[in-house]
Write a protein that binds this ligand. Structure first.
Ligand SMILES: C[S@@+](CC[C@H](N)C(=O)[O-])C[C@H]1O[C@@H](n2cnc3c(N)ncnc32)[C@H](O)[C@@H]1O
Length: 272
């Protein structure tokens, strides 16, 4: 993964880098680790709690001389025109109702000849259980309904990855590049220790339960019946709890789950 980002982001010594929608700064600090220590990296987020967490976590890992944070809105970043060599965001645009406005703003603060990079999830994602094709189909239907519902109720494109080159073009960026980082989850893969597999599954189950009520709202708005949503929720919880209760069953489970992150870069044209 490092190699992909290293070659893609082309971070050079002494650059000014901005990470918009930085959250608590995981990606911001990752950018710092890719740089040589002479760069100036700034994380911007609209959530004061995230900015506070970012500052504290950065201090803990002794990166405060390279990374700083400030509160700010992706639609109106309080940074001068042509400031950054590289302006990034990771999983920000999926949460915005006007991603083009944010990309235009990212381009505004970037130097002519500098780069704007977005890392966002795309539509490519699969849940497939060869032993339960009905549930696999239901899972596809639920996911598609959810994306439609989010679009309808909030005007957001939750899987915006494929749209990035078009948005970048509309924002006036040129020389677009794109890569995909695929993630695969397969419980039977022996390269992953059993405890890690179980911990990950427990995390997903807790997240699923926490989101169930809110996600139902989107799924129903996206055209799925309440009965189908209930069937899916019940199926997911009982299948996951069953796997967590039986190590052997878990290790033999052939269900495959994938998702894809798009990394797209554009260049701000130099004035002619
Ligand atoms: C899913 S998190 C991603 C955090 C981080 N980029 C990462 O990859 O770990 C999305 C972040 O975008 C921030 N955000 C949402 N709308 C924003 C806006 N209009 N301006 C700035 N940040 C915003 C949220 O506060 C949140 O921290």
């Amino acid at each position: 993964m490092n190699q992909l980002y290293e070659s893609f982001l082309d971070i050079r010594p002494g650059q000014k880098i901005v990470d918009v929608g930085c959250g608590p700064g995981d990606f911001t600090r990752y950018l710092a680790r890719l740089s040589d220590g002479n760069s100036k990296i700034l994380g911007v987020d609209s959530n004061p709690k995230s900015v506070k967490a970012g500052i504290a976590d950065t201090k803990k890992v002794h990166l405060s001389h390279v990374v700083s944070y400030k509160l700010g809105d992706a639609y109106k970043i309080s940074i001068d025109d042509d400031y950054a060599d590289l302006t990034c965001c990771r999983t920000l645009l999926m949460h915005l109702d006007d991603p083009l406005k944010a990309v235009r703003e990212m381009a505004r603060i970037t130097k002519p000849g500098g780069h704007v990079v977005a890392v966002e999830q795309g539509k490519m994602g699969i849940y497939y259980d060869p032993n339960d094709k009905r549930f696999s189909r239901l899972s596809d239907q639920v996911w598609e309904a959810q994306l439609r519902g989010i679009r309808k109720l909030e005007g957001k494109e939750f899987r915006i990855g494929e749209k990035l080159p078009g948005i970048f073009q509309e924002a006036g960026l040129v020389d677009m590049k794109a890569e995909i980082q695929n993630n695969v989850y397969l419980a039977s893969d022996p390269r992953q220790p059993l405890n890690d597999v179980k911990e990950e599954l427990r995390f997903y189950l807790a997240f699923f339960k926490e989101r169930m009520k809110k996600d139902r709202k989107y799924q129903v708005a996206g055209g799925l019946s309440n009965a189908k949503v209930s069937e899916y929720n019940k199926g997911y919880v009982s299948k996951t709890e069953g796997l967590l209760a039986d190590d052997q069953k878990l290790r033999q489970d052939p269900t495959i789950v994938t998702d894809a992150l798009y990394i797209v870069s554009g260049t701000k044209p130099r004035q002619t």
